[in-house]
Design a protein around this ligand. Structure first.
Ligand SMILES: [Zn+2]
Length: 62
């Protein structure tokens, strides 16, 4: 399943899948969560990006 990759999520949106997210400013600010259903945090203060994209999905279905 790769539907989530490449999509930009904005701060305050619901996290659709657990994993490592990367901002879209190109400076590799990461946000990782292992709990889907949380909301994305604001961009870091020195980040000029506007959203988060899924970099690495984690699967914890056990
Ligand atoms: Zn950034």
């Amino acid at each position: 399943m790769s539907e989530e990759t490449g999509k930009v999520y904005h701060p305050g949106e619901i996290v659709p899948a657990s994993g490592i997210y990367e901002c879209d400013c190109g400076e590799e600010h990461d946000y990782s969560t292992d709990v889907k259903g949380h909301r994305f945090p604001p961009m870091q203060h020195d980040c000029r990006g506007s959203g988060w994209t899924l970099k690495t999905a984690t699967h914890r279905d056990d």
